[in-house]
Design a protein around this ligand. Structure first.
Ligand code: FNR
Length: 377
């Protein structure tokens, strides 16, 4: 493709770079929703650390290699994926677009990019699955306190064709996000992000009145389920027993936790600090990656997110041992700023840029990417 002669006129004149999408979303959204996506925890140091970690590595290209054929495919858990990145689980998409998660799901189905659906999506997982048909989708779980609700979410996800479960464990308490505190904004309290709860028979059976009659009590119960501060490795091992789907643990930044995750049955690890939204002053994920890769010793695939903005970032993460990455805010801003066209543009640009970067670094497939690609500053 010659990306300078785009045939699709609808995506001409749209933003290209991340900061342009962020600016466009800032102009379109009200302060509350924009701040909710933008905000990091505390002083924002973890968000900064995420980006700084990428800046510390430089790519050393090789030249005069045959790059006429280029392959971005990878294999994970027996499935072939078209690209080495997923759309990360981002909840409450109805604050960004009336159709919420149906939009990224639709674009993923069109482009072959895999999608991780959030537990706190505004749309129920079954409706999202209908949108995706055969496309690769995983389901992210905030482990509820209630074991039957856990079981119900896991069974629904399997039935709806989600092919792996991602358990997020860095958010058993809501982050200290000063933008949201200043705006007095929490989307859940306005009823966003309840798509899976309000359609769940186990959840509904716990309510005295249906959500249509007493939304506030229903929302507070859902929030309480996710506020699972008692969650330990034993609980993770229990979830392991409850599903035969590949199980990944998201929110790992310590090499010892990577080992413990494997010992307690994880099939994959996602190195993540929630895009810098949870613990302020935490280590950047790319900085944490090499030790985690070493600790996992090839036993399970390691994925990474938090701060991935462009093709160079993807190659750097892969060079340091990640099998794939996840991308969060870029598509959330595009969803708010330009709906389906916006998400499609962000995804297509990221695919094209990653392919370009791979080629001009002198490689024609991701299997050729290793530590020799990089030099540390
Ligand atoms: C998130 N993230 C997240 N993670 C998760 O496991 N479940 C969720 O529901 C959400 N929700 C969510 C909402 C918003 C607005 C953001 C920005 C993020 C974290 C997400 O999956 C991912 O870890 C980060 O977004 C990655 O960092 P970047 O790419 O945004 O820097």
């Amino acid at each position: 493709m010659n990306y300078y002669e785009r045939s699709d006129l609808s995506i001409r004149h749209l933003p290209v770079a991340f900061h342009e999408w962020e600016q466009k979303a800032r102009e379109i959204l009200a302060a509350g929703p924009f701040g909710y996506v933008y905000g990091g925890a505390g002083a924002g140091d973890t968000m900064i650390a995420n980006r700084k970690a990428f800046e510390r590595y430089r790519i050393r290209p090789r030249i005069c290699c045959d790059i006429s054929k280029r392959d971005l495919t990878i294999r994970l858990f027996g499935q072939k994926l078209q690209v080495p990145f997923f759309l990360a689980p981002i909840g409450v998409n109805s604050i960004l677009h009336p159709d919420g998660e149906l939009v990224p799901a639709r674009v993923c189905a069109q482009t072959g990019v895999p999608y991780v659906l959030s537990n706190v999506s505004s749309q129920p997982m079954e409706k999202v699955a209908d949108e995706m048909k055969e496309a690769v989708r995983w389901f992210q779980l905030y482990p509820p306190k209630n074991k039957e609700l856990t079981q119900s979410f896991l069974e629904r996800a399997k039935k709806a064709g989600y092919s792996a479960i991602v358990v997020t464990v860095d958010s058993t308490m809501l982050g200290w996000r000063e933008t949201d505190l200043r705006n007095a904004y929490l989307p859940f309290l306005e009823g966003h992000g309840m798509g899976n709860y309000f359609t769940d028979p186990v959840f509904l059976s716990q309510l005295k009145q249906p959500p249509e009659e007493d939304k506030q009590s229903a929302v507070l119960l859902a929030l309480d389920e996710g506020n699972n501060t008692c969650f330990t490795w034993e609980h993770f091992a229990e979830i392991r027993k409850r599903t035969d789907l590949p199980l990944l643990l998201k929110g790992v930044t310590h090499p010892h936790d990577a080992r413990l995750a494997i010992e307690h049955g994880a099939d994959g690890i996602i190195v993540s600090n929630h895009g810098g939204r949870q613990l302020d002053g935490a280590i950047g994920t790319l900085e944490a990656l090499p030790e985690i890769v070493q600790s996992a010793a090839g036993d399970v695939p390691i994925l990474l997110d938090s701060g991935i903005r462009r093709g160079a970032d993807i190659l750097k993460a892969l060079a340091l041992g990640a099998s794939a990455v996840l991308v969060g805010r870029p598509y959330a801003y595009a969803l708010a700023a330009a709906g389906e066209t916006g998400v499609k543009a962000v995804i297509e640009n990221l695919v094209a840029e990653t392919e370009f970067q791979l080629a001009i670094s002198g490689r024609s497939s991701l299997q050729e990417i290793d530590a020799s690609l990089l030099t540390k500053m």
